[in-house]
Each structure stands twice: as structure tokens, then as C-alpha cells.
Design a binder for this molecule. Structure first.
Ligand code: T6T
Length: 322
């Protein structure tokens, strides 16, 4: 009961305390890392919304996807005191306390792409209940899509593994969860081997493919659960000259992955819509700051890119900016 009162009180404070004049709104977007085409594209969408609203949105982040590096960036942003922070938290638990400092300073928090705690905000449950909304892809659903494309491409049988970043990141954890759940439910003849964690390092992901290949010469597929995992998995497969035998399904769609689809190295990419996440993230923060309510979560879409549509002019807008 006490927790529920706290959540309701917090929500009321955020709305009542922050009803701003329309042109007096300051928002900072803190990405998972600044140099990733996914977040660069998210910022493009955020800037489009800022322009439409006549406001400024800053982009401040660390150079690696790491809570130890993201926390000081966040502290510096809090010190400058924007009205709202849009953030892709780099760890579900480690970013709760740093974000609580922002919340306690009266800053409205919106999480984009990744979430803290259980990702269900404003429901009175959990330590990280205070963000106002979560705007992202359906990552469990995306993982399920990846499994279906993988299994169809492999004729429903063979050995695969997930190349992933590290445990504790909501998005990539959920993609792996969805991938494994779909395989277990619908493709009993696909064996999912142990996940390989690459710390967001494409070179490590590539060498991990070589190591898995040494243990399992009949490996048939790799699911790269994010941009760097997929790029590295593709490089590993190419280095072993196994593009014809190994199915690679990528999450994310920068130009480099699209090139790998054109060359036949990657079979399909699940492109997220990061510009959409940035656009609706800014719109949601603006709505909250000007006294309006917003949904507690907003789901954005996917586009699957493969050899059939890679050169279709309608697909070009889903390739990430670099
Ligand atoms: O896949 C995206 C993002 O959704 C994820 O949270 C972290 O990795 C990316 O930024 C791609 O590198």
C-alpha cells in the first residue's frame, strides 16, 4: 500500500510540478553509447521531434555501452538540470540508483530502447518504478521473429547459438529469451547451444564463432542479438568461409549489415525503428512536461530486411544513419 501511494504521489508531482510553457522545455537524450548507428538514428528522430516542437534536445553519452561510464555522464546531465531526461539505461539494476538521483532532483525520466528494473513503471512495484514511460521495440517479439527466420532458413533442424552482449541489458536479454522460447515451442529439431557473450565487441564475437566452430563443426546458425554481435558473427562466418553453410540472422540494420545481406553473408536483419523511438520519446517527454498524460509504454515497429527486399526503395528509410 505504501509503495502504491509513493508511486501515485510521484506521478502527481511530475505532472503538477512540471507544467511548463511550451517553448521553455529542455530535454537531454542519453544514449547507450554515442557512436552506435542505432543511437545516432534515434537522435535523428529526436531532433525531428524537437524541430517540430520548436525546442532543443541535447545528446550526451559515453563512448561505450557500460553503466560505469554512463553514470558520470548522467550525473553531469543532472547537474545541468534539464526538465526531462530520455535515457537508454545500460543495465537493468545498476542504473536504478543513478536515475533515482535525477528523479529526486525533479527531472522527468523517460526510458528509450532499454529499461530499468522490470520495465513496468508507475505501477507501485519495484525499486525502479519512477520513470514515466518506456518507448522501445518489442524485444521478446523480435527475438521470436529472429528464431522463425533462422529455423525456416535452416529447414527446421540443426545447431545454432546466440551471440549476445552481456547479461543485465533489458533489450538483448529479452531478444535471447524470445529466440529460445520460439525455438523450444515450435522447432524441436533445432538445438540452441550455449550463448556467447562478446561485451559489445565485434572482434570478440567473430573469434567466438571460430571457437564454436572448432567444438561444433556442424554449426548451422548464429543469431547476432544486436548490431556489434551480428557484425562480428558475420565476420566470423566469412573468415571461416562458411557463408553457404551457416545462417546468420542479425538484429539491427546499419549499412554494414545491409552490405552483408547483399553479399549473402547475412540472411536477414530485424531492423528496429530507432528514429521512431527518438521521435516518440521526445513527444512523450514534451507531453508530460506540458501537463498531459502519456501511455506508460509505447511499442515501436520492426522491418525485416533480406535478399528479397534489400534493394527496394521503400526499405532505404529503415537503414540506420551512421
Ligand atoms: O540493438 C541496439 C539496442 O537496441 C540495444 O539496446 C543495444 O545495442 C544496440 O544499440 C545496437 O548496437
Amino acid at each position: 500500500m505504501r509503495k502504491i501511494m509513493t508511486a501515485v504521489a510521484a506521478a502527481t508531482f511530475a505532472l503538477a510540478g512540471a507544467a511548463k510553457a511550451q517553448d521553455d522545455v529542455s530535454i537531454t537524450l542519453v544514449p547507450g553509447l554515442t557512436t552506435d548507428a542505432f543511437y545516432i538514428t534515434m537522435n535523428r528522430g529526436a531532433q525531428a521531434a524537437a524541430e517540430a516542437l520548436g525546442i532543443t534536445v541535447d545528446f550526451q553519452g559515453a563512448e561505450e555501452f557500460d553503466p560505469v561510464l554512463q553514470t558520470p555522464v548522467l550525473d553531469a546531465v543532472i547537474a545541468r538540470g534539464p526538465d526531462a531526461i530520455l535515457i537508454a539505461p545500460t543495465d537493468t539494476t545498476q542504473m536504478i540508483e543513478p536515475l533515482r538521483r535525477a528523479h529526486e532532483a525533479g527531472i522527468t525520466i523517460v526510458t528509450v530502447d532499454t529499461f530499468i528494473d522490470d520495465g513496468m513503471y508507475q505501477d507501485g512495484a519495484g525499486d525502479g518504478d519512477f520513470p514515466m514511460t518506456y518507448i522501445a521495440s518489442d524485444n521478446v517479439g523480435g527475438g521470436r521473429m529472429a528464431a522463425r527466420f533462422m529455423a525456416e532458413e535452416m529447414g527446421g533442424s540443426g545447431k545454432v547459438y546466440v551471440s549476445n552482449v552481456r547479461p543485465g541489458i533489458s533489450t538483448t536479454d529479452q531478444r535471447e529469451e524470445g529466440f529460445k522460447a520460439e525455438m523450444a515451442a515450435n522447432y524441436p529439431d533445432i538445438e540452441v547451444l550455449e550463448t556467447q557473450y562478446n561485451e559489445n565487441d565485434a572482434s570478440l564475437a567473430a573469434s567466438q564463432f571460430q571457437a564454436v566452430l572448432a567444438r561444433h563443426p556442424d554449426i548451422g546458425g548464429v543469431f547476432g542479438a544486436n548490431l556489434f554481435s551480428a557484425l562480428g558473427a558475420g565476420n566470423g562466418v566469412e573468415g571461416a568461409d562458411m557463408a553457404d553453410q551457416v545462417t546468420v540472422i542479425a538484429f539491427d540494420a546499419p549499412g554494414s549489415i545491409v552490405n552483408n545481406i547483399e553479399s549473402g553473408l547475412v540472411d536477414a536483419a530485424i531492423a528496429q525503428h530507432p528514429a521512431e523511438i527518438g521521435y516518440f520519446g521526445v513527444m512523450a517527454a514534451y507531453a508530460l512536461l506540458t501537463g498531459n498524460s502519456v501511455p506508460v509504454s509505447i511499442g515501436t515497429g520492426f522491418t525485416v530486411i533480406n535478399a528479397d527486399n534489400v534493394n527496394d526503395p521503400d526499405i532505404a528509410k529503415f537503414i540506420y544513419s551512421e
